[in-house]
Design a binder for this molecule. Structure first.
Ligand code: ZN
Length: 454
C-alpha cells in the first residue's frame, strides 16, 4: 500500500470539527500523522465536506437485505416476519450468498460504513448437510467483504435449538433451522476455530463468537461458547430480550430472565455485546452494566418489527457502552440509527437531549469498532486504521448550518445519501459517491435478490 495524503476541508477530531486537516496514511493502512489548520499539500487527495472516522455497523445479517419491501406488505408480527426470513435463508448457497453479501457490503460502503459485524448462523446446506468445506458460507462472507473493500468481524454464531426443552435442554431445531445448527457447542467450536485460523491471515477480517439467543443455545452449552471467545480474546455477541415472548419462555424454563441466565453461565463481560436488550428488568440493566457488557441498539429494525424501545440511557448509565447496527437492513444508514436512538428516547420520555450529536457519533464509530474487536479504531488519530468517510455539507439536506455544527448536521440532518467518500486502510472504496470496485451496486443488489425470489 502506498503512503497517501488526504486533505479534509473539515474533519471531526476528538469531539470538535477542525478545518484543513491532513491525514497521512502509512503503508500498513494506519494513520501516520493527523494535522489540523493546513493548506492543501501538493499531491494530496482533497475531501470536500466533513470527514468522520469510518462508521461501524455492529450488527448485520446480510441476507435479510433480500427481504426489504417484501415484509412491509400486510400486517404480520415479528414471528410471521421470521417465517419469511427462514424461506429466504433456505434458498441461499455459498455462491448466491457471496453475490448478495458483496452487494450489501458495497451498499454499506456507500453509507460510510468501514467495518461490519456479521452475525452469521447460516452455516450448512438446507437440511443440515455439511458442505465439502464446512465453512463455505462463512468464507463467502469474508470474500464478499474483501470484494466490497470493507473490514468484517464475522461473529460465528452458535444456533443449536428451536427453543427451551425439558430440564434445561434445548428443543431440537425445526426443519428450516437445521442448516443453522452444528449439533453441539463443541462441534460449533471446532468449525469456528477452523474459520478463525483461516481468517487470521486476512488483513480485513476477524472472527468472533455469538450465541444466537437463549432460545437457540441450551443453558448447558452457553459456557462452551463463552469459553471459546474468552480463550481467543474474541468479541462475543448475543441477541437479548428482543421480544417479551423470549423472556416469558426463559422464565418458565429456568426461573430467571435471559440476562440473568447469560450472567450465570459466564456469557456477560467486557468483551460481550448484547444486541437489542429491549425488554429488561432493572436488575438486568444493572447486570449488563456491572459486567461492562456493551449493548448494540438497532432502532430502525426494532421499529420495523414493533419490538419496542430498549432502555439505552439506563444501560449507558449502568456502565454499558452503546453501539449501533442496521440488523435486518430495512434501512442501511448508521446516521439514521444514531439519531433514532435519541429521538426514540425523546418520544418515550417527552424530554430532549439524552445524548449529544458527538456522543451518538461515538456509538456509531469508536464504541462500535471496539464491540467488534477493534479497540482504538473509529478515531482520526495516529496509529488508528486509516478508515474514514466524508459527508457532503452542500446537499439539500446539509447545506446551511455553519461547519462547526458539522456533528449536529451529520447526525440530525444527513443521510447515507450524503456520503461522498469512504476510505478503508488508506484506500478509496467510495469516490465521489461511487463504489470503486462494485461499479453498479443497485444492479448487483437487484440481480442477487431477484435470483433468490425466482
Ligand atoms: Zn439480529
Amino acid at each position: 500500500m502506498r503512503q497517501l495524503t488526504y486533505w479534509c476541508e473539515h474533519a471531526r477530531l476528538d469531539g470538535t470539527v477542525a478545518e484543513g486537516v491532513t491525514l497521512h496514511t502509512a503503508p500498513d493502512g494506519t494513520l501516520a500523522e493527523v494535522r489540523a489548520g493546513q493548506e492543501v499539500p501538493d499531491g494530496a487527495t482533497v475531501l470536500r465536506g466533513l470527514t468522520l472516522p469510518g462508521l461501524a455497523n455492529t450488527h448485520s445479517h446480510a441476507f435479510h437485505r433480500a427481504l426489504r419491501g417484501t415484509t412491509q406488505t400486510g400486517r404480520g408480527t415479528f414471528w410471521t416476519w421470521r417465517e419469511l426470513m427462514y424461506r429466504t435463508a433456505a434458498r441461499l448457497t455459498p455462491d448466491s450468498y457471496h453475490a448478495l453479501a458483496r452487494a450489501v457490503y458495497a451498499e454499506m460502503a456507500l453509507a460510510g460504513i468501514t467495518r461490519v459485524g456479521e452475525f452469521h448462523y447460516l452455516h450448512h446446506a438446507p437440511g443440515g448437510t455439511r458442505y465439502a468445506d464446512p465453512n463455505a458460507m462463512g468464507e463467502a462472507l469474508l470474500a464478499a467483504a474483501a470484494d466490497a473493500g470493507l473490514r468484517i468481524t464475522l461473529l460465528d454464531t452458535a444456533y443449536l435449538a428451536s427453543g427451551f426443552g425439558p430440564g434445561g435442554t434445548g428443543a431440537p431445531p425445526e426443519e428450516h433451522q437445521l442448516r443453522f445448527s452444528d449439533g453441539t457447542a463443541d462441534a460449533w467450536a471446532e468449525r469456528a476455530s477452523a474459520l478463525a485460523d483461516r481468517a487470521a491471515v486476512l488483513p480485513h477480517a476477524l472472527v468472533g463468537a455469538a450465541v444466537h439467543s437463549v432460545r437457540a443455545v441450551p443453558a448447558g452449552e452457553l459456557a462452551a461458547v463463552a469459553g471459546w471467545a474468552g480463550e481467543r480474546g474474541a468479541p462475543l455477541h448475543v441477541h437479548l430480550s428482543e421480544q417479551t415472548a423470549e423472556n416469558d419462555a426463559c422464565r418458565a424454563a429456568h426461573g430467571r430472565t435471559p440476562a440473568r441466565l447469560l450472567a450465570d453461565h459466564g456469557v456477560l463481560g467486557p468483551r460481550t455485546t448484547a444486541v437489542h436488550a429491549t425488554h429488561l428488568t432493572d436488575e438486568d440493566v444493572a447486570l449488563l452494566g456491572g459486567t461492562g457488557a456493551g449493548v448494540c441498539m438497532c432502532p430502525t429494525t426494532e421499529r420495523d418489527l414493533a419490538d419496542g424501545i430498549g432502555p439505552a440511557v439506563a444501560l449507558q448509565r449502568a456502565g454499558s457502552p452503546l453501539s449501533l447496527g442496521s440488523d435486518s437492513h430495512a434501512v442501511v444508514d448508521l446516521l439514521e440509527e444514531a439519531r433514532a436512538m435519541e429521538l426514540d428516547e425523546r418520544l418515550r420520555t417527552r424530554t430532549r437531549g439524552h445524548w449529544s450529536a458527538d456522543q451518538l457519533l461515538r456509538a456509531a464509530t469508536e464504541d462500535g469498532h471496539a464491540a467488534l474487536g477493534a479497540p482504538g479504531a473509529g478515531r482520526l488519530t495516529p496509529g488508528a486504521p486509516a478508515d474514514f468517510t466524508t459527508l457532503a455539507l452542500d446537499s439539500v439536506r446539509t447545506a446551511g448550518p455553519p461547519p462547526e455544527l458539522g456533528a449536529e448536521t451529520a447526525v440530525f440532518a444527513a443521510t447515507a445519501a450524503d456520503v461522498r467518500h469512504t476510505v478503508v486502510g488508506g484506500r478509496h472504496i467510495v469516490r465521489d459517491g461511487a463504489h470503486t470496485t462494485v461499479p453498479d451496486v443497485a444492479g448487483a443488489l437487484r440481480t442477487a435478490i431477484t435470483a433468490l425470489h425466482t
